[in-house]
Design a protein around this ligand. Structure first.
Ligand code: NAG
Ligand code: NAG
Length: 168
């Protein structure tokens, strides 16, 4: 009986915790999670763009926790690109979509404020090709693309993200 009373008293507190904003990114209730259908749609749009400019890409989609939701390795994509694409997407997810992977580049150069950041979290990738995906004000996941030049990767990631939402 005492246990249940305690639980009932605790529940509103848990609810308030979900609603409170600690100013360190999106609140849990503001987040959404990409569906597998959305992830496939983003991959197809990115792959179409990649084929159009004749570059073989590896394309990873992760949820807001950085877990892989969908992946496509286009024929002849570099073997190394699987890991790079996945880590670009995870890098974006690790900061709630506040930065593209390219947005972390300057700060991680020698002498930069975040120098060494890429060595955390079992390896991050801090150059272009990782892009957040937002729907409304919700960060639902991220796309990472690797295989072309950084400019190609970034453009293809953006095309994938924009097929289902926005990039900011
Ligand atoms: C492919 O390229 C053509 C010509 O530039 C463009 O009109 C078309 O929209 C592109 N399609 C995709 C999926 O990027
Ligand atoms: C990085 O630095 C370059 C050169 O100073 C600058 O042109 C560019 O806008 C910076 N990029 C970002 C994302 O801050």
């Amino acid at each position: 009986m005492q246990f249940f009373t305690a639980l009932i008293l605790a529940l509103p507190t848990l609810g308030l915790a979900q609603l409170s904003n600690n100013n360190l990114g999106s609140r849990p209730v503001q987040r959404g999670v990409i569906t597998s259908a959305q992830a496939l749609q983003a991959i197809n749009a990115a792959a179409a763009h990649a084929s159009n400019i004749s570059v073989a890409e590896s394309i990873a989609i992760v949820d807001p926790s950085g877990n892989l939701v969908a992946y496509l390795r286009q024929d002849n994509s570099w073997p190394a690109a699987f890991d790079i694409a996945t880590k670009k997407a995870r890098t974006v997810a690790g900061f709630n979509g506040a930065f593209t992977s390219a947005g972390l580049y300057n700060g991680t150069q020698p002498g930069g404020a975040f120098w060494g950041l890429e060595n955390t979290n079992s390896g991050l990738v801090v150059f272009a090709g990782g892009t957040p995906i937002f729907v409304g004000d919700r960060f639902i996941g991220a796309i990472g693309v690797s295989g072309g030049s950084v400019d190609q990767d970034a453009a293809i990631a953006e095309a994938g993200a924009k097929a289902i939402g926005t990039t900011a």
